[in-house]
Design a protein around this ligand. Structure first.
Ligand SMILES: Cc1cc2nc3c(=O)[nH]c(=O)nc-3n(C[C@H](O)[C@H](O)[C@H](O)COP(=O)(O)OP(=O)(O)OC[C@H]3O[C@@H](n4cnc5c(N)ncnc54)[C@H](O)[C@@H]3O)c2cc1C
Length: 557
């Protein structure tokens, strides 16, 4: 057992984005930090590296250039309408974090990041368009700003200064060290952490690693910041906390949108030591998951971030009720799907739709943006070709059926359906009825209306939403069906924290010495999103809460 005392000002557990931001802030204040992570150095930056780097900003120059009229008031109305905070105790801190975070996104956030070297692409995405009412869930306007360089760039701007601080001796990393226990003094304050040293590994980033223990360790410091992420890859915990009444029956088949280290262990450890966990039933999983044909972590799932035009059908071929259109209302769609008794659904679309409307979430799925090459981006985004990564899924993905005619498409769908049955005549009727609605520039079909509405926004018209056309139009390319699975990703609840990111105890008192930030703290407060997210708010939540934790811990001593 190695034991170290009195050498550093703070311990940060977890070297994901929240941990890096907290460490960056501590070192800016001249503090000495030990950063502990169960994975190896290849995984620096955690999940954020894999992300698309979408960031929620309010009334930004990028929005204004596209004619989008946004304001802090509109953003707060959207946030609160989406969050639906309704719990007196558990939502006490989340409500305050929500107001503070929307204010941050409308003021300091962009400059804070730009000073570190982060830039954004010019087209702002319109994610999570909502449930159909102005005061309900959803973004009234596009706010999803994609980082130039995607997730790796978000990581880089914090990792670089932290690595520089390592060079100066301010930061020490303990990789392959897994924290199993918080150490408390006689007054109940956290004074350190204890755990296991795991066997060394050269595994590539994201690959699941062994949990073989080769030693034990303990480290002491006046402040411990927990930034260990959520529960997304721990399907046992997801099932345990699943809100059946709100989201429908627990899906039997789930695939993982996060690496295996997003294991949720530290939540239980913190709770065992005396931290208050809140809003555990709030989670943000996606209904548009596809099995990665080239997996990196176990059960690796990729999320389609869809434009609004694909026809969305349940396992038996019935259209999902309005407004459960692609990209509108994640949780309502989840319930609509699961209430059918099946844990999958279908997109039916054309070559023209897939070419323009299928974005795949993940830095590795967007090599043009990740590689920061203007030429490649212009070529891939403005050309009339199906993007390479999407084409690879059409060719190799187990969820894709690509055929020249409807009877063959339906036969292919029925081959890979998990229990549901698609009737050819019924589907033909559904599609033909839908197709009658695209002849005019207006329609009574709510999805077609939504497509026209989207194309009123320049960004959508240019790169995101296909011109309305008949699905059975031979000129629109092959017919495509995609079997959509439930993909687990984000944890919206977690460790309760006050605005200083100090962990709270169940009795409402501060847990002295302990701080939490990032996904483990519900991105701030134990659930800054409430029930629903507006998207691009997770990386931002890690940055905002990591910054708060680092600054507060730095003020400590
Ligand atoms: C593919 C993908 C796309 C995404 N796209 C977006 C997007 O566009 N916009 C957005 O806002 N969000 C996005 N997200 C979500 C966002 O990336 C994450 O929510 C965020 O990065 C979480 O960061 P974190 O620091 O809280 O936790 P993590 O990144 O999970 O880091 C936690 C770290 O703690 C370590 N750890 C855990 N337990 C222990 C322990 N007991 N001892 C030691 N170490 C431990 C883990 O090994 C890990 O390195 C995406 C996520 C993924 C996976």
């Amino acid at each position: 057992m190695s034991s170290r005392q009195g050498q550093v000002d703070a311990i940060v557990v977890g070297s994901g984005l929240a941990g890096l931001v907290a460490t960056y802030e501590l070192t800016q204040a001249g503090k000495r930090v030990i950063v502990i992570d169960q994975e190896n150095r290849n995984n620096l930056g955690g999940q954020a590296f894999w992300s698309l780097g979408g960031l929620f900003l309010v009334d930004s120059p990028e929005q204004r250039r596209l004619g989008i009229k946004d304001s802090p008031e509109l953003a707060l109305q959207d946030w609160l309408g989406s969050a639906g905070f309704d719990r007196e105790d558990q939502d006490f801190w989340p409500r305050q974090w929500a107001r503070a975070y929307v204010d941050f996104a409308a003021t300091e956030k962009r400059n804070y990041l730009r000073k570190l070297g982060l830039k954004f692409t010019p087209v702002v995405g319109w994610a999570e368009r909502g449930g159909g009412f102005a005061d309900g869930h959803g973004n009234s306007v596009p706010r999803f700003h994609i980082t130039w360089g995607t997730g790796p760039e978000v990581v880089r701007v914090f990792a670089e200064p932290v690595l520089k601080a390592e060079g100066k001796g301010l930061v020490e990393f303990l990789f392959r060290h897994r924290v199993d226990e918080l150490i408390l003094d006689d007054d109940g304050a956290v004074i350190g952490v204890r755990g296991a040293v795991l066997e060394p590994t050269e595994a590539e980033r994201g690959v699941a690693t062994s949990r073989v223990e080769v030693d034990e360790f303990e480290v002491f410091a006046p402040a411990v910041i927990v930034t260990t992420g959520g529960i997304g890859h721990n399907h046992e915990m997801v099932r345990e906390n699943w809100p059946t009444q709100r989201l429908g029956p627990v899906p039997e088949h789930m695939i993982a949108g996060v690496p295996a280290y997003v294991d949720g262990r530290m939540l239980r450890i913190a709770e065992g030591a005396g931290a208050n966990l809140v809003n555990r039933d709030r989670m943000w999983h996606y209904t548009e998951g596809i099995h990665n044909w080239d997996p990196i972590w176990p059960d690796h799932a990729i999320r389609i971030i869809p434009g609004p035009s694909s026809l969305w059908l349940d396992a038996n071929g019935n259209r999902l009720p309005a407004p459960n259109f692609p990209g509108f209302d994640t949780n309502a769609t989840m319930k609509a799907i699961l209430d059918t008794g099946f844990d999958y659904s279908w997109f039916v679309l054309t070559g023209d739709i897939i070419e323009k409307e299928f974005a795949l979430s993940g830095s590795e799925q967007n090599p043009d943006l990740t590689g920061k090459s203007l030429r490649t981006v212009a070529k891939s985004r403005l050309s009339r070709e199906i993007p390479g990564p999407v084409k690879a899924f059409m060719d190799h993905g187990v969820d894709f059926v690509v055929r020249d005619n409807l009877p063959d498409l339906v036969a292919g769908m029925n081959e890979i359906g998990r229990g549901g049955h698609i009737d050819l005549q019924d589907l033909e009727r559904t599609i033909s009825a839908r197709d009658t609605q695209v002849e005019n520039g207006y329609a009574k079909d709510a999805q077609i209306m939504a497509m026209h509405n989207a194309r009123n926004y320049l960004g959508d018209k240019v790169v995101r939403v296909a011109k309305p056309h008949r699905l059975l139009d031979q000129e629109a390319g092959p017919l495509i069906a995609v079997r959509l699975n439930i993909l687990t990703r984000k944890t919206l609840g977690g460790i309760e924290t006050n605005l200083e990111a100090q962990v709270m105890r169940p009795d409402g008192h501060v847990f002295d010495g302990l701080y939490a930030a990032g996904e483990v703290a519900g991105f701030g407060g134990g659930g800054v999103h409430g029930y629903n997210a507006l998207e691009g708010t997770f990386l931002g939540g890690c940055i905002f809460s990591g910054r708060a934790a680092g600054r507060a811990a730095a003020r400590r001593g």
